[in-house]
Design a protein around this ligand. Structure first.
Ligand code: NAD
Ligand code: 6OD
Length: 484
C-alpha cells in the first residue's frame, strides 16, 4: 500500500496523523496519507518564502519557463504512472485519464509558459507641464506565496490549471489536494524535483478542510493569495478566511448547468454532446449538464434518444477499455447522490431510466456505484432541478418559447456554464448573450481553448482564470512613471 507524504521545501515529510484513502471502485484502502497540521503548513509557508527570496525569485524568466517545459516533458515521461494514480484515486475510466485528465496537466505547463512569454504590458507616454513628457509602463510582479485548494473530480487537470500559471508568473505554491485524491499532487512533487524546480517552489500539504490542512492554509498570514476550486459553501468559508489580511482570492465553484435544445437542432449532435455533458466522469464535472430544456416538438424524440444513450453506458472496472462509466468518488458522495434519486421520486418525477444502484460483479460490489439516471415531469422549483447533485443524472423538461427558456435557464443562483443547440445562428448568439453564465457552448460541450477566460457568474465563482486572465490573478501589475 502507498504511503503519501507531504512535500515541503523539496523533501517528503511524514506526519504523526494519517488517514486512509479508499478506492471508489472496491472500497478497499489503497493508500495511507500523512495529514499536515498547523506546523506543517507553517513549514511550507517558510519554505515557499525562502524560495521566493532565493533561487526562484532571482531566476531569469527564460530559465523559469524552460524548467516548466521540463515539468511538462517529465509528466509525459511518467504518463502511465499519472494515469494509474488518477484512475485509482478517482475511479474515472482510464481512457478519460489517458485522453483528457493527464494530457491536460502537461498542456497546462506548456500553455502558461507560452502565455507569460508572449503577453505585453501597457505603455502610456504622457504630456507634462514642462513639455518634456513622461512615460508610464507597467510591469508584472508575482503575488508571492499562493495557496491552491483543489477538488477531487478532475484532480490533476484542475490542480495544474492553477499551479502552472502561478509558477509561470514566478510565484511559489502550497497545494492542498482533496483528501479524496492525494496521489497525483504527490507524484507531481517527484516530477518537480526531477525537472530541477528549486526546493520550496512547489509544496503539497495533505488533509481535510475545517480544522485541518485546508483551513490552516487559508488562515495562514504568510499566504498572499488563495485560489480555490470546489463547492460554493466551501468557497464562502475561504472568502471569510481570506478577508483577514484582505488577501486576493479566485474561486471556481458549483453549478447547475442548463442545456437548451431548440427544435431545429441537429439531433445527433445534441444527443452526443448531452450524453457526454451529463455522464462524463459519472457526472462529476463542474461544467456538466444537470438541467436539459428541449423545445416541445423535439421533446419526446430527444428524451427517447438520451434514454437509449444512458442505457448503453457500460459500468465497470475503470481499467477495462470497454468501461464508459466508473463509480462515484466515495461512499459519502454516493449517499448524497442517492438521496437526490429518492428526492426526485418523492417530488413526483417520472423516472425515464436508472434511479438506483446497479448490480455489479462481486469484485466491484462494494464500490460507489449508481445508475445513470434521467427524470422528467418535475417543476422548476423541485430540489433536483435547483440544487447541484454532481452525479450521472439530469432532469429533462419541455419548453415553448425562447424567452421562456432563457428565463428558466437563468432562474438559478449558479452561473457556470450552458450549452445551446440550434441551427439558427442569430438565435444562438442572442441566447448566448442572454445566459447569465461564465461560459456558453453552441452545438458542443467541453471544447476548451486554454487561452480563453474560464470561471463562473453568480454563486459559481469569482474571477476568471485562463490565458492572460490567469496572469491578472497570479501577478500584481505595477505602474512605473518615468519623468523624461
Ligand atoms: P469541496 O468544496 O468539498 O472541497 C474542495 C477542497 O476544499 C478540498 O480540498 C477540501 O478539503 C477543501 N476544503 C473544504 N473545506 C475547507 C475549508 N473550510 N477551508 C479550506 N479548505 C477547505 O469540493 P469537492 O467536493 O472536492 O468538489 C466538488 C465541487 O467542486 C462541486 O461543487 C463542483 O461543482 C465544484 N467544482 C467547480 C469547478 C469550477 O471550475 N467551477 C471545477 C471542479 C469542481
Ligand atoms: O478545463 C478546465 O480548465 C477546467 N477548469 C475544467 C473544469 C472541470 C470541472 O470539473
Amino acid at each position: 500500500m502507498q504511503s503519501l507524504k507531504n512535500f515541503i521545501g523539496g523533501a517528503f515529510v511524514a506526519s504523526e496523523r494519517r488517514f486512509e484513502k479508499r478506492s471508489p471502485v472496491t472500497n478497499a484502502v489503497i493508500a495511507e496519507v500523512h495529514e499536515a497540521g498547523a506546523a506543517g503548513i507553517d513549514a511550507a509557508v517558510q519554505a515557499a518564502r525562502a524560495a521566493l527570496h532565493g533561487p526562484w525569485g532571482a531566476m531569469p524568466m527564460a530559465r523559469r519557463l524552460e524548467l516548466l517545459g521540463r515539468v511538462a516533458a517529465e509528466i509525459d515521461r511518467r504518463f502511465e504512472d499519472f494515469v494509474a494514480a488518477e484512475t485509482a484515486d478517482t475511479g474515472m475510466p482510464a481512457h478519460f485519464s489517458r485522453h483528457v485528465a493527464i494530457p491536460r496537466g502537461a498542456a497546462n505547463f506548456r500553455i502558461f509558459a507560452d502565455v507569460v512569454k508572449n503577453v505585453a504590458t501597457e505603455c502610456f507616454p504622457m504630456d507634462t507641464p514642462d513639455g518634456a513628457g513622461a512615460l508610464n509602463y507597467a510591469i508584472r510582479r508575482p503575488v508571492g506565496v499562493v495557496g491552491v485548494i483543489c477538488p477531487w473530480n478532475a484532480p490533476f487537470l484542475l490542480m495544474t490549471w492553477k499551479v502552472a500559471p502561478a509558477l509561470a508568473c514566478g510565484n511559489a505554491v502550497i497545494v492542498k489536494p482533496s483528501e479524496e485524491t492525494p496521489a497525483t499532487a504527490t507524484l507531481l512533487a517527484e516530477v518537480m524535483r526531477e525537472a530541477g524546480i528549486p526546493d520550496g517552489v512547489y509544496n503539497v500539504v495533505h488533509g481535510f478542510g475545517p480544522g485541518s490542512a485546508g483551513e490552516f492554509l487559508t488562515r495562514h498570514a504568510g499566504v498572499d493569495a488563495i485560489t480555490f476550486t470546489g463547492e460554493t459553501r466551501t468557497g464562502e468559508a475561504i472568502m471569510k478566511a481570506a478577508a483577514t489580511g484582505a488577501r486576493p482570492i479566485s474561486l471556481e465553484m458549483g453549478g447547475k448547468n442548463p442545456a437548451i435544445v431548440f427544435a431545429d437542432a441537429d439531433l445527433d449532435t445534441a444527443i452526443e454532446a448531452t450524453l457526454r455533458s451529463v455522464f462524463a466522469n459519472s457526472g462529476q464535472v463542474c461544467l456538466g449538464t444537470e438541467r436539459v430544456y428541449v423545445e416541445r416538438p423535439l421533446f419526446e424524440a430527444f428524451t427517447a434518444r438520451l434514454k437509449a444513450g444512458a442505457e448503453a453506458l457500460t459500468l465497470g472496472d475503470p481499467l477495462d477499455p470497454a468501461t464508459t462509466m466508473g463509480p462515484l468518488i466515495s461512499q459519502e458522495h454516493r449517499a448524497k447522490v442517492l438521496s437526490y434519486y429518492k428526492k426526485a421520486m418523492d417530488e413526483g418525477a417520472t423516472l425515464v431510466t436508472g434511479g438506483g444502484v446497479p448490480a455489479m460483479p462481486p469484485a466491484l460490489a462494494e464500490g460507489a456505484w449508481v445508475q445513470p439516471t434521467l427524470w422528467t415531469g418535475l417543476p422548476d422549483d423541485a430540489a433536483v432541478v435547483r440544487e447541484e447533485i454532481f452525479g450521472p443524472c439530469c432532469h429533462i423538461a419541455p419548453f415553448d418559447t425562447e424567452a421562456e427558456v432563457l428565463a428558466r435557464a437563468n432562474d438559478t443562483p449558479y452561473g457556470l456554464a450552458a450549452s445551446v443547440y440550434t441551427r439558427d445562428l442569430a438565435r444562438a448568439h442572442r441566447v448566448a448573450a442572454g445566459l447569465q453564465t461564465g461560459l456558453v457552448w453552441i452545438n458542443s460541450w467541453f471544447l476548451r481553448d486554454l487561452r480563453t477566460p474560464f470561471g463562473g457568474a453568480k454563486q459559481s465563482g469569482i474571477g476568471r482564470e485562463g490565458g492572460v486572465h490567469s496572469l491578472e490573478f497570479y501577478t500584481e501589475l505595477k505602474n512605473v512613471c518615468v519623468k523624461l
